[in-house]
Design a protein around this ligand. Structure first.
Ligand code: UD1
Length: 427
């Protein structure tokens, strides 16, 4: 298990290349199940979660080949071919490690007429049920059975008929599963109150490139006309708006100035607004976003909400930034019930944060101090790195595998803009 050691206090400056989006890649990869022709995905981030998903797809008999990208390049190109599917079961030992495995349920059901996926169970940031995934698939005509910790979805003979579903709450994953199931249905499907994250737009664009017929892309009402088959495609994964936002916080907390290359400002407006509220300069550039923090940071009031609201996946990183703002900030987490695990660790670094239920009050402090810290999830770990970049002295963030799940070569990117960071193995 590796850890990262940060010598704080270095002002970040330069260009950070932003990778392909993890959360988009994890919904584009299972689209390979929807066709017997090759699907080529470009700009796939090199992340542990992507390797895990590739492994899962290999278990189904899907072949995956990686085209010769140079080690020094970020991202890679993967071609997936589900010419023949040999298994429709996603086993516990793989799903347990990666919740996104549930995203094979919809496409596998659509292609094979059945799918069996281990129930993912809870995770560090909360309970995370999948009831909406199952209800949406039922509405499209699937029969759902739960037994022995597995969910089995079965389509009627001849395939899913399609149908209408109105999501009682906004869910990215459930929307993705429903869309991937509906594209090969016999009839029309209508999804109301669908999630409209950029990653779902990315999914719909790929499916359209594969021959799917989807109306209302980017809105909360999607109409999908099922087609008998989809064909192969070559597609570039969108940029990671959460990675971009994380590096924006990292630069800002050091009083730095960076350009986030490939980041798309229109896809992260709530984050941009929050950064500006905190006194950070954010400007669009032809192929990226310019970030500068030359004045004092200001307190802000932010509540997480489904897209286009402020992303729960940015809450921890923004909180780290606000630890150094003047005044008291108020953050409210409305999406997940247990997403303040970074708070005690940030407080150990000299932050002054109080939580009460879903609300956190961040009293700005004049300085943070380095410490040994550990977090239990991906974004929480990143918030500790951000705090460490501004802290006096050395910070060690243990359990780097959380960060490897979602940040491509974090220490290299930070070093590119002048951070003093080192990755070391630990027993
Ligand atoms: C996705 C992201 C994750 C992000 C989250 C919220 C991926 C791989 N992951 O997760 O990084 O933190 O969106 O933006 O893209 N819910 C239910 N029942 C369901 C499904 C969800 O009650 O069947 C609830 C969840 O508990 C949560 C809310 O809906 O409170 C939103 O979850 P959802 O959008 O589904 O998150 P994921 O797609 O799992």
């Amino acid at each position: 298990m590796d850890k990262i050691i940060i010598e704080g206090g270095k002002r970040l400056s330069g260009v950070v290349p932003i990778s392909g989006a993890k959360n988009s890649a994890l919904t584009l990869l299972p689209c390979a199940l929807l066709t017997d022709e090759p699907l080529t995905l470009r700009n796939l981030p090199r992340l542990a979660d992507i390797d895990g998903f590739q492994h899962l797809l290999n278990q189904f008999g899907i072949s995956t080949t990686i085209a010769g990208s140079r080690p020094e390049d970020f991202g890679r190109v993967m071609t997936l071919a589900a010419t023949r599917i040999t298994s429709s079961v996603a086993p516990y030992e793989l799903v347990r490690k990666m919740r996104a495995s549930i995203l094979v349920l919809g496409p596998m059901l659509a292609r094979m007429g059945e799918a069996t996926v281990s129930l993912p169970g809870g995770c560090a940031i909360g309970n995370r049920p999948i009831d909406l995934h199952l209800k949406a698939l039922e509405a499209l005509g699937a029969q759902i059975e739960l037994a022995a910790g597995y969910v089995r979805a079965i389509a009627p003979d001849g395939g899913l008929p399609g149908g209408r579903y109105s999501f009682p709450g906004v869910s990215g994953g459930a929307t993705e599963n429903a869309v991937m199931a509906a594209v090969l249905a016999k009839g029309k499907s209508t999804l109301h109150n669908a999630a409209r994250e950029p990653e779902i737009v990315d999914l719909c664009k790929l499916l359209t490139a594969m021959g799917a017929q989807i109306e209302g892309i980017g809105t909360s009402d999607l109409v999908i006309h099922g087609v008998p088959r989809l064909h192969g495609a070559t597609y570039r994964v969108m940029s990671d708006r959460i990675e971009a936002g994380s590096y924006a916080c990292a630069a800002a907390i050091t009083g730095g100035e960076v350009t986030l290359k490939h980041a798309v400002i229109e896809e992260m407006e709530a984050t941009v607004q929050a950064l500006r509220d905190a006194g950070v300069t954010v400007e669009p550039r032809p192929d990226g976003i310019y970030i500068a923090a030359d004045g004092p940071l200001r307190a802000a009031t932010i509540s997480t909400a489904p897209y286009p609201g402020f992303a729960t996946d940015m809450q921890a990183q923004l909180m780290a930034l606000l630890c150094r703002a003047e005044g008291a900030s108020v953050l409210t987490e409305t999406i997940f019930e247990n997403r303040y695990m970074h708070v005690p660790e940030l407080n150990r670094m000299g932050a002054h944060i109080e939580t009460k239920g879903r609300t956190a009050i961040v009293h700005g402090v004049p300085k943070l101090t380095g410490a040994e810290v550990m977090a239990t999830d991906l974004r929480a770990s990143m918030s500790l790195v951000i705090a460490g970049l501004a802290a006096e002295g050395e910070t060690q963030v243990h359990r780097l595998y959380h960060l490897d799940r979602g940040y491509e070569r974090l220490e290299e990117k930070l070093a590119l803009v002048g951070a003093q960071v080192e990755r070391v193995g630990e027993d």
